[in-house]
Write a protein that binds this ligand. Structure first.
Ligand SMILES: NC(=[NH2+])NCCC[C@H](N)C(=O)O
Ligand SMILES: [Mn+2]
Ligand SMILES: [Mn+2]
Length: 301
């Protein structure tokens, strides 16, 4: 990834879930020194600022189909998608900072329209494979993968003007330990590759990443990484809205990032769900920046 210009795009989105504060995620990650960290690795960094998020007069409004704050989520994701397309057209490597995970809808719309077959590595405690019909919460941050597979409300699946963005065989989920019933069904029906915490315990992160990388590099021309900080154990990343015990350690995740850096296959990256209000002394944003450093080639010796 060397000799490249990185475009940072912040997305202070908090409408895809109910806990306020995750809109400050991009600021917290910047404050933890992401730009300096990347510049020290020799990259040129183009911080394109934040996507504007509409502030609804009333929060949590379900306009239709069990989808909370649908209108504002759609609007921001369309803007994000266009912004990414522009960055890619200008030759930049996109690094997206969230914000809740509903922004992955716009991110994938923006990065997938430039390639035939996008591979996706999705680090998450959750599946994010719900639709309005299967979601227990109505929170759109639990839906971006289903939406990107073309499943869900048309105002979400049609963002960017095309659908689907990804194919189920080009997707791998790592770190899952909390799935809703509808998500399990979709995983089985579509044959989606999932390395749950069970496989990570059993095989170790090295083997999991070797297989995950192999899986997403087959028949793909680009590979996107979406990392939800709740994939990590809450002990190492407490500042997230939907923590689930029993996640990957900072060390294991760090190793995964180093393996991705070695393989040099990523074409876009996104870090989401950092919520400074729920954090302790910006620990989660700092963890994110440490992981970003490794991902972009930082080495101790
Ligand atoms: N991106 C996330 N943190 N998603 C959490 C989703 C939680 C739950 N499965 C839901 O759909 O409401
Ligand atoms: Mn999650
Ligand atoms: Mn997620």
């Amino acid at each position: 990834m060397n000799n490249k210009r990185i475009s940072i795009i912040g997305v202070p989105m908090d409408l895809g879930q109910r806990r306020r504060g995750v809109d400050m995620g991009p600021s917290a990650i910047r404050y933890a020194g992401v730009v300096e960290r990347l510049e020290n690795l020799g990259y040129e960094v183009n911080d394109r600022g934040d996507v504007e998020i509409g502030r609804p007069e009333k929060y949590d409004v379900v306009e239709e189909g069990n989808l909370k704050d649908l209108k504002e989520v759609v609007k921001a994701n369309q803007v994000l998608s266009d912004k990414i397309t522009k960055a890619v057209d200008e030759g930049d490597f996109p690094l997206i900072l969230g914000g809740d995970h509903s922004i992955a809808i716009g991110t994938l719309a923006g990065v997938a329209n430039k390639c035939e077959n996008l591979g996706v590595i999705w680090f998450d405690a959750h599946g994010d494979l719900n639709t309005g019909d299967t979601s227990p919460s109505g929170n759109i941050h639990g839906m971006p993968l289903a939406v990107s597979l073309g499943i869900g409300h048309p105002s979400l699946t049609e963002i960017g003007g095309y659908a689907p963005k990804i194919k189920p065989e080009n997707l791998v989920i790592v770190g899952a330990r909390s799935l809703d019933e509808g998500e399990r069904e979709l995983i089985r029906e579509k044959g989606i590759k999932v390395f749950t915490m069970h496989e990570i315990d059993r095989m170790g992160m090295t083997k999991v990443m070797e297989e995950a990388i192999e899986h997403v590099s087959k028949n793909t021309d680009s590979v996107h990484l979406s990392l939800d900080l709740d994939a990590l154990d809450p002990h190492d990343a407490p500042g997230v809205g939907t923590p689930v015990i029993g996640g990957t350690s900072y060390r294991e995740t760090h190793l995964a990032m180093e393996m991705l850096a070695e393989r040099n296959l990523l074409t876009s990256v996104e870090f989401v769900e950092v919520n400074p209000i729920l954090d302790s002394k910006n620990q989660t944003a700092e963890a994110a920046v440490g992981l970003i450093g490794s991902l972009f080639g930082e080495k101790l010796l």
